[in-house]
Design a protein around this ligand. Structure first.
Ligand SMILES: Cc1cc2nc3c(=O)[nH]c(=O)nc-3n(C[C@H](O)[C@H](O)[C@H](O)COP(=O)(O)OP(=O)(O)OC[C@H]3O[C@@H](n4cnc5c(N)ncnc54)[C@H](O)[C@@H]3O)c2cc1C
Length: 378
């Protein structure tokens, strides 16, 4: 059965978690070491995930999605992260674009882009960060200048996950000087003239997903590619980031629980009796995973109820990613030398965990969000 949250009754959540486990076992785990070493994004595995409709769980049925709850979605990403943190992040990113299109897209944009993202024909990318505007996203400089029929975009975006493999890029660019209301969002196809992928980053973890620069050189984008109103771009981005932060928390739980289970099985199957201090430390780690799972559950229910999730999403992201970092680091020690070796894959979980503390807003920024909420309450 594995270290499950609860023996769940036969609900949609259980069905989706089970499907995600099967998908990971069949399409991700057999290639995990190889893809990590070769920094290889396995598009065929993503396509299979889309075919099983695991990449469009919360998209309304009218656009081809499953119209399920966020309990299903975050549960799915936790299970996928156990097999591949890189694929969980990839699925999370394409969901950000689906979410923005569902909320802000015109009927025509939904028909042209959302439906293709849902089937997996398109993989999405979300491009907000620039070299001098990561945490302070509103200071971005990439310019979208109005011209007859559309915009001309010039600038360089940084650290875009799935770049190079993605077919559709949700880009945030500046259309006016106002810091927050001067940003608009655009849907950019990979083959748009004037747009190209720049440097592909070599990184510590999540190696089986890409991270790259996007370069725009006087790139013409017709008006109907703007998503939302002019000036609404930051709102478009932020509308997705809260939900995205919960996915990062869920992925963190996935990495942590996977590390604990691997250590357990290693002692059972290879080494023999587990030292008592390791058993107790693993038990504590499992209890912490359960606590963060509960936090994510509450966040999922709040999201489904369409209430504000900014503060709880920040808590879920902070707790889930810090937990992943702490447990995967300790799990290496629990196994001794074997934990440091590639073949046991704990070191990959550890390298992947580090990214989760940075993506979708660093954990310092999450603390900032939480303190703002505390000030509001006190
Ligand atoms: C694996 C990976 C994938 C990513 N994928 C994407 C993607 O798909 N799309 C995208 O747009 N971006 C992506 N990013 C970028 C990511 O969102 C940024 O790296 C992140 O927001 C931090 O920005 P920065 O790197 O510029 O750090 P900085 O903002 O320069 O921060 C540096 C340090 O200062 C701290 N700091 C900054 N401001 C404050 C403050 N006000 N209060 C307290 N501390 C502060 C930070 O916490 C951090 O410790 C990705 C990054 C990684 C590592």
């Amino acid at each position: 059965m594995g270290l499950v949250f609860l023996p769940l009754p036969e609900t949609d959540e259980k069905r989706i978690r089970d499907a995600a486990v099967r998908f990971g076992d069949q399409h991700l785990r057999p290639h995990a070491i190889e893809d990590d070493e070769n920094a290889h994004f396995r598009r065929e595995a993503f396509n299979e995930m889309a075919k099983e409709k695991l990449t469009c769980l919360v998209v309304p049925e009218e656009f081809g999605g499953q119209g399920l709850s966020h309990l299903c979605y975050y549960g799915c990403l936790e299970e996928v992260a156990r097999a591949s943190g890189a694929m969980a992040v990839t699925a999370g990113v394409t969901n950000l674009v689906q979410g923005a299109l569902t909320q802000f897209g015109t009927a025509d944009q939904k028909e042209k882009y959302l439906k293709r993202l849902v089937t997996g024909e398109y993989l999405g990318a979300f491009s907000l960060s620039e070299s001098a505007s990561g945490s302070d996203a509103a200071s971005l400089k990439t310019a979208a200048r109005r011209v007859p029929g559309g915009y001309r975009i010039t600038g360089t975006k940084m650290w875009c996950s799935t770049a190079g493999h993605a077919d559709l890029y949700l880009l945030m660019a500046r259309t006016a000087e106002d810091r927050t209301k001067g940003i608009s969002s655009f849907l950019i196809s990979r083959d748009t003239p004037g747009f190209r992928i720049g440097k592909m980053e070599k990184k510590l973890g999540l190696s089986a997903s890409s991270l790259a620069e996007l370069i725009f050189e006087d790139c013409f984008v017709p008006e109907d590619r703007r998503l939302g109103d002019e000036g609404q771009g930051l709102a478009v981005a932020l509308s997705q980031l809260d939900g995205g932060r919960i996915t990062i928390g869920a992925a963190g739980v996935g990495l942590a629980i996977e590390a604990i289970e691997r250590v357990w099985r290693y002692y059972e199957e290879v080494r023999g009796e587990m030292p008592e201090n390791v058993r107790y430390a693993a038990a504590y780690g499992y209890a912490e995973c359960q606590a963060v799972r509960l936090l994510i559950r509450v966040a999922a229910l709040e999201k489904d109820a369409r209430r504000s999730i900014t503060a709880i999403a920040a808590q879920a992201k902070l707790m889930g990613s810090d937990l992943a970092m702490r447990v995967t680091s300790q799990a290496i020690e629990w196994m001794g030398e074997a934990g440091y070796r590639r073949e046991h894959e704990i070191e990959r979980l550890f390298r992947d965990a580090k990214a989760l503390q940075i993506v979708e807003g660093t954990n310092q920024i999450q603390r900032l969000v939480i303190t703002r909420e505390m000030e509001r309450m006190l």
